[in-house]
Structures are given as C-alpha cells and as structure tokens.
Write a protein that binds this ligand. Structure first.
Ligand code: GDP
Length: 432
C-alpha cells in the first residue's frame, strides 16, 4: 500500500488536512508547537484506491532552529513516502522555513504536491498562486477545514501514486491454481487418480496439431481446481528427457504458475535434499504451501519416531506450512486436502488494516524494544502491509534492524495474525 506523507510547519493545518483526507474524524492530535508527536499512519481511500497517510506532525523540540527541525522532519517523510504533501499556510505565504524544507524536498526524487491550506475563499485562493515561486509546481489551494478543493487534491494524490499492483482480492472467482509437486515416485499420479478431472486439449496454433493438455480442471473436495502442468504428472518422463535438470525446471514452472503448491513427500523414506529443493522453490516463489506426507499407510510406530525427528530438523524453516498425513492408496485423509488448500490461500491473501497492524506493533516494540547496540537502538516508526499473495510488510525504522530482531517481529506477527500455510515477507526501510 503506497504511503503519502504530510509535511509542513506547525499550525499550517496538517492534522485537519489528514482528517479531511481520511474522511472521518479520527483522534488526530492538533499541532502543539514544541511538542513531538509520533508519526501516525491512517488508512485512506479515494476512487477505489487505498493508501496510507502519515501525519508527520511532530516537531523536534531539541533542534537548534526551526529550519533545521522542519528539514529533519521532511527528510524522514521523504525517505518513507511514495508521495509527499507539502503543506503551507496560504494566508501567510511561503516563509524561510518553508524554503529550507523545499530545498531538501527538491533534491529527492519523490513526487511532491504543494498544498496551500486555509484557502477558505476565492481571494486567498488567488494569493496562493504566488506559491509557484517555491518551485514545486502548481499549488493546490485547499480549505482542509471546510473541504474546499479537497476533491481536486485527492485526484492529484492518486495521479502521483505509483501504479496500483494487480489487486488479488478482486481476482475473478475462477478455479484456484494448484501445483502438485514432489520427487519421482512419491505418489503424485496416484493422488491425481483420486480426483476426477477434465482435460482440455490444447491446439498448437502454429502446427495445427493437438498437443498435451498442460493444465486440467480437477474436482478436489467438491470444488473445481486448475491443476497446473497435469501433463507432467500423468506421463512418465521418457529416459531421453528425464534428466533431473528438466524435471526440476518443470517443477519450478508448475510452482510459478500456481497460487498454492502441494508438495508430496514419501513418509516411508527420509526427507531428502531433493525434497528440500522443491520446498525452497515454493517459498522462494512466495506461493502458499501444503505439505502432504503420502504413503502414510506404510508408517508404523518406529518410522513415526524417526519421521517426527526429521520434521523437527528438516522443516524448521517452514513451521507455518500446513501438513497432512495421507495415503493416495487407501484414500486416508485425502478429503483434508481441499480444506487445507483453502486455508493456505486465505492466509496468502490476508490483509491487515494499517491501524490494527500498528496498534499491535506499538505494543510489541514497547514490551520488547530492539536491543541497544553501541549506545543506540533503532526504532520501528510504523509498518504498512505493502501487498498480499503473499502478505508483504514494510517496517519504517530509524536504522537497520538486527536479523534476530527482525525474525522476532516476524514470529510475533505470525502469532498475532496467523498466516498458516503462507510465507510472509518483511522488508525494512531505514531512514537514510
Ligand atoms: P509419482 O512418480 O510421484 O507420480 O508416483 P506414483 O503415483 O507413480 O507412485 C509411485 C509408487 O508409489 C507406485 O508404486 C504407487 O503405487 C506407490 N504409492 C503411491 N501412493 C501410495 C500410498 O499412499 N501408499 C503406498 N503404500 N504406496 C503408494
């Protein structure tokens, strides 16, 4: 989700503007000169697009002079934002403090929208044209208090936002794409035979010949799924083309084309390096993951003991994967597959509202702050969820985080919000 930062001197009306943009009265605190206010993110929508508004409001009380303070504040905002709203008071015009901030803003490559606030009437609006002199382009005269000009401003914000990513939530409700992968002889074809399918013959448009169907629609648990690369499952790869290299390319292609992967393991054998490689392909591609321990009919108490140890050791990187113990031969737990796939996909597409995310994060960093290193501890300022499928988060911080602390945040994030069956990605955007 893109971030819009609101920057400006105290008392130019930033809080009122933020209230106007988010379209409702939230507890946005008014500017109090000399008082530092933490950067607070709010969710906003306009014309079907969502973005995060960060009210930078704060004022650095220990800064030597106002110009340095505003520059520091603007700098933070610029680093973390996709678009900057630079707010000036239309009744006052530009001040030397504004000009200092503008210098910094112009050095950055970030799009800046110049907002001339308190333009409550036409004559002040006329005055605002003098703000062209700041060199930030067209000033947008707005009355945050009365709403005047706010529609035009929101249109300008949308125009400046980066391209919207493909919105997975609004995907057409066609069949979900699932890949069934695993090393040879784990039982892929046997499992596939449990599901009734319908193959679509694909005609090669160039040669005019019918070639192997690549995907099939199969019924799993009363629901239609698009099983990618079914041809690779049904046909034994011939000796000539059957090198591990080609098999692995084919597996990678199937995973890439799918939304969720079922990785089949042979429970009667140790988890192998090849199994690990296939699991890594899924996590690296960022796909939802269900691990099916097939041939469960062969697992006795003795094997169970060693398998549990193998799982602890070999699957510790992916404790979040959904695991099933099934048997393609006897049909044991095959009916658990569809619910597991649906659960993994739901996690994969989860979006946490920014306010909820930050409420949780604030409590977390208060309870367990980043350890102090060399007399300093980086602070997490706030977080946004940048996307889904899989869930991606951006932490805005005052400096780089320890790898260990970042893992801690990820673990806690999973404890709070689940994500069973889905990888999640966390990136850190340190200020400067
Ligand atoms: P693929 O190469 O992954 O497609 O594996 P296949 O489906 O061809 O299965 C390989 C071998 O494992 C065959 O001999 C199957 O009969 C056997 N097999 C598959 N699933 C099971 C199972 O659940 N239990 C047992 N005991 N054997 C199985």
């Amino acid at each position: 989700q893109p971030v819009v930062a609101v920057v400006g001197r105290p008392n130019v009306g930033k809080s009122t503007l933020v209230n106007r943009i988010i379209g409702r009265r939230q507890a946005v605190v008014e500017d109090v000169p000399g008082v530092t206010r933490d950067r607070v993110p709010y969710d906003a929508q306009w014309n079907g697009r969502s973005f995060t508004v960060v009210d930078t409001g704060g004022w650095e009380p220990d800064a030597k002079d106002r110009a340095a303070a505003i520059a520091a504040q603007a700098e933070t905002a610029v680093v973390t934002a996709d678009v900057v709203l630079f707010v000036v008071d239309a009744m006052v015009g530009s001040t030397d403090v504004d000009e200092a901030a503008v210098k910094m803003l112009r050095r950055s490559a970030k799009p800046v929208i110049l907002v001339a606030n308190k333009a409550d009437n036409t004559s002040i609006e006329m005055e605002a044209t003098s703000l062209w002199s700041l060199g930030l382009g067209e000033p947008f005269p707005v009355s945050a208090l009365h709403g005047r000009g706010s529609g035009d401003l929101l249109d300008a914000i949308l125009a400046a936002l980066p391209e919207a990513p493909a919105i997975v939530e609004n995907r057409p409700r066609g069949p979900r794409r699932v890949a069934l992968v695993g090393r040879p002889n784990v039982g892929k074809s046997s499992l596939l035979n449990r599901f009734s399918g319908e193959e679509r013959a694909v005609v090669d448009s160039v040669a005019g010949t019918t070639v192997d169907p690549v995907d099939s629609l199969v019924d799993i648990g009363g629901q239609t799924w698009q099983l990618v690369d079914t041809a690779g499952l049904r046909k034994r790869v011939g000796k000539a083309s059957g090198t591990e290299y080609y098999a692995s390319l084919r597996t990678a292609g199937a995973i890439e084309a799918a939304e969720v992967a079922v990785v089949l393991l042979d429970s009667s054998e140790p988890i192998s390096e090849q199994d690990q490689r296939i699991l890594s392909m899924v996590t690296e591609a960022g796909r939802a993951l269900v691990i099916a321990f097939n041939k469960w009919d062969l697992v006795d108490a003795d094997r169970r003991y060693y398998l549990d140890k193998e799982i602890d050791r070999e699957l510790r990187r992916i404790p979040w994967a959904i695991r099933l113990n099934l048997s393609a031969m006897t049909g044991r737990a095959v009916d658990k597959l569809a619910p597991a796939l649906n659960k993994a996909l739901a996690s994969w597409e989860t979006r946490v509202p920014t306010a909820q995310l930050n409420q949780w994060l604030t409590a977390l960093v208060q309870a367990t702050p980043h350890p102090v290193r060399g007399g300093r501890a980086p602070r997490i300022l706030f977080a946004t969820q940048a996307g889904v499928a899989p869930p991606r988060f951006v932490l805005f911080t005052t400096g780089p985080l320890d790898a260990g602390y970042q893992r801690f945040v990820e673990r806690k994030l999973r404890e709070e919000f689940g994500y069973e069956g889905s990888p999640i990605e966390i990136s850190v955007r340190p200020r400067k």
